[in-house]
Design a protein. Structure first.
Length: 292
């Protein structure tokens, strides 16, 4: 068994910047990873090899964000559907995908991992797309992780998975049409001092779907339910609210907004004790079949 780090960064697609976290989420739902002709270790990766995913790029908080197990060798296909400019494309099937609830910032590991031999130039060790690491480094990074989700494909999960996919597109729709959507307040998507966007905002306790701010400087944590249980999503948004209050808001207020597709009585009861902090709002999707 071999151990690897796979790096994902922002990419250009048709002149549009695609955030690395969006590429990662899409590949995880597809249970496969894209490799180029010159990607290091492409020919060496075999079923059973263990993988850690690393989110890099200029716009991200650089961190380790999950693991998976290789379920095939790299297979050549026509093109990468996510980054179609790739000349030659190979796909690697994945299984046992685990997305971490608490991403691990690389800054906590510089000087502690054997494969980073020069801490002053640590970024060079994540170039090329894949990096072979030791078993010791693998377990040093993965020790004590808390999983946000384990992606499995069972018939019982079809409804939740469909909701997850629809709400991932909904997140992009909300951001793209921000000025047209009314959350009951005039809000702007937050951007911190380092230029990190409030969409998929990385905190020490996980990714916030959308972090917004009003004209008075009050914060709003916006979470899409994404197939999670009522207790899970309420617990998660309260954790994010507490983190924002402690680390960003200072003397300003912090509220939570949970966005759901259908009325959920369990969710409504779950937020009752904290309804002064968290509210639930609904969206609707109208599908129309057109005959050609």
């Amino acid at each position: 068994m071999n151990y690897y780090i796979f790096t994902v960064t922002d990419q250009e697609n048709g002149g549009k910047k695609v955030p690395g976290i969006e590429i990662f989420n899409t590949r995880m739902k597809q249970s496969r990873w894209g490799l180029g002709e010159r990607t290091p270790n492409r020919r060496k990766i075999v079923p059973g090899d263990r993988i850690i995913f690393y989110l890099g790029g200029i716009s991200s908080n650089k961190s380790f964000i999950g693991t998976a197990v290789a379920d095939s060798t790299a297979e050549e296909v026509e093109k990468d559907p996510i980054v179609p400019t790739q000349q030659t494309y190979y796909t690697l099937h994945l299984k046992n995908i685990e997305i971490w609830n608490n991403p691990k910032l690389i800054s906590s590991y510089i000087g502690k991992l054997d494969f980073i031999q020069n801490p002053n130039n640590w970024g060079a060790y994540f170039q090329g797309g894949t990096r072979n690491i030791s078993e010791k480094d693998f377990y040093a990074i993965t020790e004590g992780v808390e999983m946000a989700s384990v992606i499995e494909k069972t018939e019982e999960d079809i409804s939740a998975t469909t909701e997850f996919v629809l709400e991932k597109y909904l997140e992009e729709f909300i951001v793209s049409n921000w000025k047209k959507i009314n959350f009951g307040k005039e809000l702007e998507i937050f951007e911190d001092e380092d230029g990190n966007s409030g969409q998929q905002y990385l905190t020490d306790v996980g990714y916030i779907d959308i972090l917004a701010i009003d004209k008075s400087g009050n914060f709003y944590v916006i979470e899409l339910k994404k197939g999670r249980s009522s207790d899970q999503v309420v617990g998660q948004i309260l954790r994010y609210v507490a983190w924002v209050k402690e680390n960003l808001a200072k003397d300003k207020e912090v509220k939570g907004i949970i966005v759901v597709g259908d009325r959920d009585s369990k969710l409504e009861y779950s937020v009752k004790p904290v309804e002064s902090i968290v509210k639930v709002t609904r969206y609707s999707i109208d599908f129309k079949i057109v005959e050609y």
